[in-house]
Write a protein that binds this ligand. Sequence first.
Ligand SMILES: Nc1ncnc2c1ncn2[C@@H]1O[C@H](COP(=O)(O)OP(=O)(O)O)[C@@H](O)[C@H]1O
Ligand SMILES: [Mg+2]
Length: 471
Amino acid sequence: MRDAYGMLKPQRMLKPDEGTAGAGAEKLRGGQTQEAGAQGGNAVTEPAERETRSEAAATKADEPSFDRVIAPGATVGVLGGGQLGRMMALAGSAMGYRFVSLDPTQDAPCGQVSPQIVAAYDDIKAARELAQRADVITYEFENVDAGVAALLEEESYVPQGSALLYTTQHRLREKAAIEAAGVPVAPYRKVASLADLKAAAAELGLPAVLKTVTGGYDGKGQAVLRSEDGLEDAFRRLAPERAGAADGGGAVSGAAAGEARSSEDAPLVLEKFVPFRCEISVIAARSPRGEVKSFPPAENIHVNNILHLSIVPARIAEDIQRRAQELAEKLVAGLNAVGLLAVEMFVTEDGELFVNELAPRPHNSGHYTMDACATSQFEQHVRAVCNLPLGETELLTPVVMVNVLGQHLEGAAARFCGDDKEANQLGVIPKLHIYGKTESKTGRKMGHINLLCKDTAAALAWVEHTNLWRN
Ligand SMILES: Nc1ncnc2c1ncn2[C@@H]1O[C@H](COP(=O)(O)OP(=O)(O)O)[C@@H](O)[C@H]1O
Ligand SMILES: [Mg+2]
């Protein structure tokens, strides 16, 4: 995986003579669409139409990508067709863009509102079809297959590049990049062996949080360590393939020892436990032309490690909010990101900020922007990727976003079919967003509600009174 990425230059820019996505599509034309279509894609686009769209996109065909504007009328290809892709397509369609997504699930959320290529994420042929049908490519998740990322960059226009994906796919690379941008993270040590873990725990002190460097989400792939007794169990659980080699308290042996010399090959990271007052996140955006803007911080409350509420304005002092936005803007600029960068942070009792993790895409904690800000995070993402001027990010009203998980869906939907007395009484305006996922499961994100309010306390009271979020 690393090798394929290693070959890619960070923030690859098209040279003027390399042409545009339109030209790239030209290169690929001549029967390949049909072939890819027959192979599983829903071929819904006529070649003549594609031609027109490519022309629409190639507004500045001779200029390098940092000046290149993708104008409305062009087609945005989205790798991934979940709710983030769907909301991106809904926002972008309103601006006149067309969308095509690639997702393995038939009738995926994004596929319900725009054409979808049904194929596995690592299906090179399908990725080529996406490249061919789109004038610009973006993604809605970060674990993009390296081969596919390389192909898309080669055969289409991916203003986000793959360098930041490579960084954020790995907690150690991510932390190093955050620090290099001059932004603080909680103290951490890489852990390649049980001996490493013991040494790290002694240096950082307990409690501490042990995390796998790749693949973790919603609290999966991590353990809070509170005493030395728990170290070995946690190590064995999170890095089972290293556990054998780690016996005896020494360094790992053989090939594993060789690998572990590079911090990138350590499978785990130990972080000092931050006794935070609250968790917040800031969504920042940057366009290829270098414009940077950020949204107001959301205060995030998790239940069972899944985001439950985002409260905006966050209940922290205004100067901390301002600093949080500055940090996020510093990061998005320092990392040369294009598109959105979601920055999760811890706020300590004395107002210190530590960045926890990054996501180079729209984020659940930014859904509040859809109804409460002058520009939604999805519109901002499309604007950034297409190199339009970024939209204003100001908060128009206090808001609380509450996630609708599988176990909440029926009750939330029923509530929207009748009069909502609590909402009227509390002066809360609930805005329902449902993602159209065909299968509802406990813990699965099925939708969210943005509660517009005069005061976030009223919206929190609504959540309490509805009794829908007791489980
Ligand atoms: N160093 C830490 N100190 C305190 N709490 C932490 C720390 N790291 C993670 N957590 C808690 O665990 C949650 C999930 O961790 P995170 O690194 O964000 O992983 P995920 O990818 O699962 O979101 C965080 O939102 C926070 O509540
Ligand atoms: Mg997180």
